[in-house]
Ligand binder design. Structure first.
Ligand code: 13P
Length: 253
């Protein structure tokens, strides 16, 4: 069974003070949800303070990006070792905002993903199509092209100890969520792409959905068999709303 995971991507929001406060609220509420893996992903400069605010609570720390290189003259970059050192367990690779505004290619994203794997971090490979690509019927082709370089560099084993996040670009920050059937169809497609290489790895791979997830729509999305939790943007900045989403991810049987 895949444990549900709900990760809050705080993007470029907040101050040191607000980051500490939000992390503290999530940490205090986390004990009530032991069946869900909770992850907070603050901006780099807030990681250390957020780690301290989490303390011993069962909340994992993640970073929004990482350098594919190990060390050296790379001004502005942050290495996998630095992330490990500050207490990160997860790292986003290829968030659509980085693909779009920083022109990150599928190839570069795969290199970041592999660097994270080598360092023992859990990479979350973010994939997703634009509205136009969906309208042109290119969704599967776009997603395949985003996953393929990782398979080329690391084989199917690259997806052991890793996660995928399907975030359709047209659903991010727009209030337009993919409906549960749309999400399920894509998640199933992506899982079967990996299953061509290894059914076991595909079966264990957590695939999160991201894009305008809120406490009010989360339960329907998470009820889909191939949706293993969420990658939450805007709603993760409000502790109550975020914990509502965590609650919706709690397995009920
Ligand atoms: P929103 O939840 O704000 O749509 O953002 C989704 C996202 O990009 C999470 O990484």
């Amino acid at each position: 069974m895949r444990k549900p995971i709900v990760a809050g991507n705080w993007k470029m929001h907040g101050t040191l003070e607000s980051a500490r406060a939000l992390a503290g609220e999530v940490a205090s509420a986390a004990a009530a949800h032991p069946a869900v893996g909770i992850v907070v992903i603050p901006p780099f400069v807030h990681l250390h303070a957020v780690r301290d605010a989490i303390g011993s609570a069962d909340v994992a720390l993640g970073a929004q990006d990482v350098s594919p290189r190990e060390e050296g003259a790379h001004t502005g970059e942050v290495s996998t070792r630095m992330l490990r050192d500050v207490g990160c367990r997860y790292v986003l690779c290829g968030h659509s905002e980085r693909r779009q505004y920083q022109a990150e290619s599928n190839e570069l994203v795969a290199q970041k993903f592999m660097a994270a794997r080598r360092a023992g971090l859990l990479p979350i490979l973010c994939i997703g199509e634009s509205y136009e690509e969906r309208e042109r019927g290119e969704t599967e082709q776009v997603l395949r092209a985003q996953v393929e370089p990782v398979l080329r560099l690391g084989g199917p084993a690259a997806f052991e100890s890793a996660l995928l996040a399907y975030e359709p670009r047209w659903a991010i920050g727009t209030g337009k969520t993919a409906n549960p059937e749309q999400a399920q169809t894509v998640h199933h497609f992506v899982r079967s792409e990996i299953a061509h290489y290894s059914a076991t790895i595909a079966d264990l791979l957590p695939i999160l959905y991201g894009g305008s997830v809120k406490a009010a729509n989360a339960a329907q999305l998470f009820a889909q068999p191939d949706v293993d939790g969420g990658l939450i943007g805007g709603a993760s900045l409000i502790a109550n709303e975020f914990m509502g989403i965590v609650s919706a991810a709690t397995p009920r049987n």
